[in-house]
Design a protein around this ligand. Sequence first.
Ligand code: SF4
Length: 402
Amino acid sequence: MTAVRFPEKLSGSPGSQDARRGSIFILDPSKRCEPSAYLFTKSVKFFLANGYGMAKNIEGSEIILVNTCCVTEDKIAASKAALDFARANGKGKQIVLFGCMADLPLPGLEREGLICIGPKNLAELDAHFPHPTSVSHISVHQLPPALYEPGQGLGYGDYFIMMAQGCSNRCSYCNIKRVKGEVRSGPADTILQEVRAGLSLGVRQFALLADDCASYGRDLGTDLTQLIERLFTAGDNFGLKLGYVYPQFVLTHFDKVERIFGTGRIRYVNIPVQSGSQRILDLMNRRYPVDKVMEAVRRLRAAAPETTFCTHIMINFPTESHDDFLKSLDVADAFDEVLFLHYSDNRDTVAAGLFPKVPEPEVRRRLDMASDYANHCKTGRSAVIKDFNCDIPYNMVETRKG
Ligand code: SF4
């Protein structure tokens, strides 16, 4: 288990390296999820800003931070392995479990002796660790390479503002919803202040971060379009990137969404259609008419020709036929960038109980076809992810190049 090498510059508050309060050691098998990387970066900064040091190895630490991910069973296994390593090598040390595994009810996960800080409970750090600076006063806007591996359309150069956590949908395969529950949004005033502060530093593009941007405001009686219009009052010299926007939102609010896109100020959007097959979408419990969504996407592209449009497509969902799969390749055509994600069962989800599963030879065939599509039709702008733990996407391994 390798240690996370943490950049000196992020730890740059006075006294952060003197370990007055003990030293931390980081294990982080998460990394590919922007919301998780954002929250974990904030947690690490909390320790460094409050006089904790950074241990060079686990033996030299007093506190072990384990950041976890539950997006697939593979990621859960990697997260459990990191925790086992921390336990085996951390006798007498404090072990802090971060990320989605801290809140996912997992049978057999022994929590005794751990401090569990789930994604929505970062404020609890204050209660466990002495601090002059509360975690609520730690600000984070950029994600460091040590804690984040960029995904589609978002990267180290982006200036992130987390506006909400949780989701108002109920997709049948999703562990995020099981962990994070209903949406909890940040007040528009606070987000506006963050934009103004960024503008004063010269930032001209902001990446709005949420598990589902389209769920923003459900708990506050507002919505994403109202937030964006409010943010635009800060000036006309900046643009926005939108993480995940659940497709039904685009239909429900089409006129306002089209007007906002027509400003040319939405630089990037991910509208995760997930499948081109209505039957599969229904089984996913994603209740939107895919034909209408695709028509809306075409109109938005016409309104905003400079915007980068992205989507996620899940392949090999239970019962998916070859025709269903081909329909997904069709919808992929409408986007600039596509991330094909191989389905795998998440224990205790509705989708895990759906049969038949796609047979293994057919799984491989579709992964290969998606790879050929990504490599030839969207060269350099798409990826096929079979396993979230892999360093190299499936379509980019040597044998699939060309
Ligand atoms: S929209 Fe995304 S986060 Fe929400 S339930 Fe569906 S897959 Fe999960």
